[in-house]
Design a protein around this ligand. Sequence first.
Ligand code: GDP
Length: 440
Amino acid sequence: MFDNLSDKLDKALHILKGHGQITEVNVAETLKEVRRALIDADVNYKIAKEFTARVKEKALGQNVLKSLKPGQLMVKLVKDELTELMGGEVVGINVSGNPSVVLMSGLQGSGKTTFSGKLANFLKNKKTKKPLLVACDVYRPAAIDQLHIVGDQIGVEVFSDKGNTDPVAIATAGVAHAKANGCNVVIIDTAGRLAVDEVMMNEIANIHKAITPQETLFVVDSMTGQDAVNTAKAFNDILNFDGVILTKLDGDTRGGAAISIKSVVNKPIKFIGTGEKMEEIDVFYPSRMADRILGMGDVVSLVERAQEQFDEEEARKLQKKIAKNQFGFDDFLKQIQQVKKMGNMKDLIRMIPGAGKMMKDVDIDDDAFKHIEAIIHSMTLAERSKPQIINSSRKKRIGKGSGTSVQQVNQLLKQFDQMSKMMKMMQGGGGKRMMQMMGK
Ligand code: GDP
């Protein structure tokens, strides 16, 4: 996320390193580079200029933070200003009604359907919400099917009416269906076009009028940079929407949309999409995003993601199994799947302060687990729970079945064996024994 921008800002902020104090000259030099970095990231020229003017004013008028070195001070000022530009405070979604209606708007391909599913899943996981998804794209039958697939995947009901060509009628019927069936959030996915046009705008305005949503969200592909900002303006003029959803922040987005959209439409970014999977949604925290942009990592989000995937009941069961020496490959597989749900490895590593920069050029294979999973899937149930029965003919069969070699199977068995021993030792309060084993 924002690799280029992070790199350039890092270089710009390095200019002040080693300087004893802030001066007009070194501030001007640094901020020129900061401005260039922002413009390269597709931030609007005027916004970038105002940004650096504000930072300059604060830097030169700075008496309070004498304890900070110029380099540190500038990082702090740029971070604060970035946070402010992206909205300052976090603004959540309002789904307090019964039902609350959430209307999705945006261009075709921006990620509306995917995000509708992610939001439904996010709310469903909050336990107090029972969402209903409503498919209002009457032009593309495939879009309706797509929403049904998403709904099945996350276990959320989808309301659709395939022959009906009136999106306003479908949306209204969807809300009525939610009321009749005890759903307290209705998420309405609408049709988008490839570019802003009058017909689409009229249609979404009519749906908006008919169902008076609590939340109208504008979904935008962050890869489109300045275009994202312009499209936001057009939609906001018609809908006066409540918040922005930035999707595809996992790609090599330059960052312009995330940084400038708030100040152009004066509406908060509420969520971001960071992948195609249903779990790849994050609440947008301006200050955490500023940290990420400045390469400072985002440990808080990392811990939150881990907590979301953590199931206490499962953890207790697992603990018992380990104690009884029953931890098998099936359990291992479950663990892998939980880690994978947290997001792609590159993203996760970037959330660790400093690691993003360090690992920048390391190619992290997101399929690292693929071989392991394939090997486990090729084992019989008996083999998974009692790996010691896996003899050489079984190894050959497993290797063949998983498209790996006997060597790879052996390697996994060995690693698994070591891991099981280690877990058992940690369980039994054997920290001391483990230290001994490690030669301490
Ligand atoms: P819609 O036409 O606005 O409903 O857009 P879709 O939800 O169909 O999304 C268009 C494409 O973008 C699909 O291939 C999605 O899988 C993909 N997509 C959506 N959100 C994200 C995201 O956050 N990251 C990535 N990498 N892809 C996304």
